[in-house]
Design a protein. Structure first.
Length: 427
């Protein structure tokens, strides 16, 4: 059998985890990561191409006989990466894991996602959408709600577009800033005002070819910078999988009420979808509600989800590309994976880069995924806010977390920081 040449788009911890898993596949020939980081260069070949530069991707794919492309982040998908492949005579038969623009709108437009959920009876908070022209109506609508107020910029806003306000005054100011003040530029030309859902959050993941799907392990993400879930939001400071409060019965509800109707809804709406569905969920007294869709894997959820998957990931991707997902039986490690993210001092505000990172050689009981690193003059240096993810597998949350913290303490760079309380709420 001919082995597969894979191009993976992205440069974060999620992509290092995907690359690490793909590198174990017996079906793999060559693995390229564009642009990758100092970690992915250890399991594949980095190529200095930005995933939004479709023409450069095309040249590379054709010159290197790529047979499969996997898109890690949402931005190229929302920008039409997959559509570009399908509309090109030379690329159209090369499968892409990641939806076309129409499907990526589930993440790219909150208003589109809300309409989709309402149309297909998928449980989510009540909402209304407003534009600059209907700002006054938006303020009227806020009067009908009670605190806290949930405001969401419609478009992609680098994870900052959701604002939760405690008082009516804050909500009114925020809505005005978003709509009239273009706080998030074009992304906040429309704003969704949504019912506040009181519960515990978790992330569920499926991979679909638009007809069939497989469920991946669920995870809990720790979004705030500070211990005890305090301080500003980040991309994610750690993750735990599985999630103890998401038992069998709850996960069955997620599949029956949310995953199946989403895949069927896409089909009914005539929206092709090959790729990941990421369900940002709220568990409200044992019932799941969708707070957001993403069309990719989560970061740092991937760093705890993929280490639990025993299957060959490339085999799963090839089955997805060929419409044979039914053949896949997921095999999941029962143990708990705990991921702790080490970040740069100052993150999520302004942070310093180019700090030399040491200590990798001292770690043998955890997996180390690079999130924001690059190679510089023979050293690994920090190049992002989130720098290194450390994941450990063990039989209890406590043991897995303790191991990850012990390993994290060995990774050293100036002004590094990580949370010591990942998973504590679940123990
Ligand atoms: P998002 O960027 O959509 O992940 O939203 C950021 C955070 O806002 C989520 O992780 C939740 O903690 C919170 N959030 C979003 N929507 C709601 C909601 N309807 N009710 C309560 N919290 C929410
Ligand atoms: N960890 C949340 C996300 O990837 O959006």
């Amino acid at each position: 059998m001919n082995k597969t040449n894979v191009l993976l788009i992205g440069s974060g911890g999620r992509e290092h985890a995907i690359a690490w898993k793909l590198a174990q596949s017996t079906l793999l020939n060559r693995l390229y990561i564009a642009p990758g980081n100092a970690g992915t260069s250890g399991v594949g070949i980095n190529v200095a191409i930005n995933g939004n530069d479709f023409e450069s991707v095309k040249s590379f794919v054709l010159q290197n006989q790529i047979n499969l492309v996997i898109v890690g982040p949402e931005e190229p998908l929302v920008n039409g990466f997959h559509d570009f492949f399908l509309s090109d005579e030379l690329l159209k038969d090369i499968p892409v894991i990641g939806p076309q623009k129409a499907g990526a709108a589930l993440e790219g437009s909150k208003d589109f996602a809300k309409q989709f959920m309402i149309r297909h009876n998928i449980p989510t908070g009540a909402y209304q959408t407003f534009t600059t022209d209907t700002l006054a109506e938006g303020i009227e609508f806020l009067h009908t709600l009670s605190s806290p107020y949930v405001l969401k910029a419609d478009g992609l806003a680098a994870g900052k577009g959701v604002v939760i306000c405690k008082t009516f005054g804050e909500a009114e100011t925020e809505l005005t800033d978003m709509l009239a003040g273009q706080k998030f530029g074009k992304a906040s030309a429309m704003v969704v005002i949504e019912e506040f859902l009181d519960g515990i959050e978790l992330s569920a993941f499926a991979l679909t070819d638009g007809n069939e799907y497989v469920m991946l392990p669920e995870a809990k993400d720790y979004k705030r910078i500070g211990e005890g879930d305090t301080g500003p939001n980040t991309g994610g400071m750690g993750s735990i999988s599985p999630v103890p409060f998401a038992g069998k019965e709850f996960l069955q509800k997620v599949e029956d009420r949310i995953v199946k109707p989403t895949v069927e809804g896409l089909r009914k709406d005539g929206i092709p979808f090959i790729g990941f569905l990421f369900f940002g969920l709220m568990n409200v007294k044992g019932d799941p509600y969708v707070i957001e869709y993403n069309v990719r894997l989560g970061d740092p959820e991937t760093e705890s989800v993929l280490p639990r998957i025993k299957n060959d990931l490339l085999e799963i991707f090839l089955a997805t590309a060929n419409g044979r997902l039914n053949d896949i039986q997921m095999e999941i490690d029962e143990r708990t994976a705990a991921c702790v993210m080490i970040v740069s001092g100052g993150y999520p505000g302004n942070y310093e880069k180019d700090k030399v990172i040491s200590g990798f050689a001292d770690i043998n009981k955890s997996l180390v995924f690079h999130a924001g690193t690059s190679d510089k003059e023979g050293s690994v240096v920090s190049s992002g806010g989130r720098v290194i993810a450390v994941t450990s597998l063990d039989h209890t949350i406590c043991d897995a977390v303790v191991q990850s913290l012990e390993s994290a303490s060995r990774i050293k760079f100036e002004n590094s920081y990580y949370r010591n309380d990942i998973g504590k709420d679940l123990m």
